[in-house]
Write a protein that binds this ligand. Structure first.
Ligand code: FES
Length: 370
């Protein structure tokens, strides 16, 4: 799991006037809104004596710890220590890490890391949301006991559809099946260093399964996929000029072996809202087909070396993804989960926030990095 990327913490509609506890990268966070509606994310651990801020309440645009009532504002500064008295000076060190928080695409994203603003990667924009005449959206979230890298690799894997998703195509029965040429393209949503994509043509017979038939048979349908950072992925399927499905996936690594997935599905067809539920059901049925495979992968995590799997040309997108991950590891952004797990229950850590670049002497240690 990697620091210095944007992670989905909650759907915007879920964040109302109560704080929410979000578990991301194996750490706890509190997410809350101030009176202006601005969302904030703080480390969940109170530096006084370890209270869980997410179990507290919002008072005067601050989150109030449920244990002794210390209050922290959206920047993580402590504004009140009741036991010291009303006019007491608040020590600078009584501060929690606060993370840049941005609402986009109907999702609250938090940037977990200490990179300055101009060096941060992008959040995939969904421009189709601005054109509701042509595109209809639905949001789906679900959790699964899978590693997020394995999940992203699955989305980048053109070869699995034929066998894992009988709802999509030949149902594994076409003897002439093969993966066509993968046409790689640069990252569509920002600088090259943050991602890439690819397009390929595939044969697509009409489905024989029940449920909404969102396509007609085609001998050459185009599909594209790509990534932005370690946890954002887009998938486009072009049915014809006027009919298209685009899925934007934002993954939240809850633990190394557990993920929460936020999907924003955009469709340029079947725009009637009465179709929403049937299409959401179909998307979940497809997700469950993937989960059934991914939960049984051995090992759970991607191997440290590609030589420990026998990779073929259709796995090229996975190889490129792993290269990017390796580059981010070399920058020192990979969490040393072994060390964190060894201290589980004995030591509280914090993901370093941008505030650490300007102030020293934080109560919680920075999470160990590889
Ligand atoms: Fe939070 Fe004491 S533990 S105020």
């Amino acid at each position: 799991m990697y620091i210095n990327f944007w992670y989905p913490a909650a759907l915007s509609e879920e964040l109302k006037d109560e704080p929410i506890r979000a578990r991301i990268l194996g750490q706890n966070f509190v997410v809350f809104r101030d009176s202006k509606g601005q969302a904030h994310t703080l480390s969940d651990t109170c530096p006084h004596r370890g209270g869980a801020l997410s179990a507290g309440v919002i008072r005067d645009d601050c989150i109030q710890c449920p244990y002794h009532g210390w209050r922290y504002d959206g920047e993580g500064y402590c504004r009140r220590i009741p036991s010291l008295g009303k006019d007491a000076k608040i020590p600078k060190r009584a501060r929690v890490d606060a993370y840049p928080t941005q609402e986009q695409n109907g999702i609250v994203f938090t940037f977990l890391g200490d990179l300055e603003e101009k060096k941060r990667p992008p959040i995939m924009p969904i421009k189709e949301l601005e054109d509701p005449e042509s595109w209809r959206a639905n949001w789906i979230t679900y959790e699964a006991d899978i590693n997020f890298e394995r999940s992203i690799e699955n989305g980048l894997d053109a070869a699995h559809n034929e066998f894992v998703h009988p709802t999509h195509g030949h149902e594994g029965a076409d003897e002439d099946y093969q993966v066509n040429y993968l046409d790689f393209v640069d990252n569509m949503f920002g600088e090259k260093k943050w991602g890439f994509g690819f397009w390929h043509a595939f044969k697509s017979p009409a489905s024989t399964k029940e449920g909404p038939q969102i396509k007609e048979a085609s001998d050459e349908r185009m599909a594209g996929s790509g990534i932005v950072g370690p946890n954002q992925m887009w998938t486009y399927i072009v049915f014809n000029e006027n009919s298209e499905f685009r899925q934007y996936m934002f993954e939240c690594p809850v633990e190394q072996d557990h993920v929460k997935i936020f999907l924003v599905n955009m469709r340029k067809m079947m725009l009637d809202e009465n179709m929403d539920q049937a299409i959401a059901d179909r998307c979940m049925a497809i997700a469950k087909q993937d989960i059934a495979i991914l939960e049984k992968l051995n090992p759970v995590l991607t191997p440290a070396s590609n030589t420990k799997e026998f990779l073929v040309p259709a796995d090229e997108p996975c190889i490129r993804y792993r290269k990017l991950l390796d580059g981010w590891k070399k920058k020192g952004w990979k969490i040393n989960s072994k060390k964190v797990d060894a201290n589980n229950g004995k030591k509280a850590y914090a993901i370093p926030s941008p505030g650490r670049n300007k102030q020293k002497g934080w109560v919680l240690d920075k999470i160990p990095l590889s």
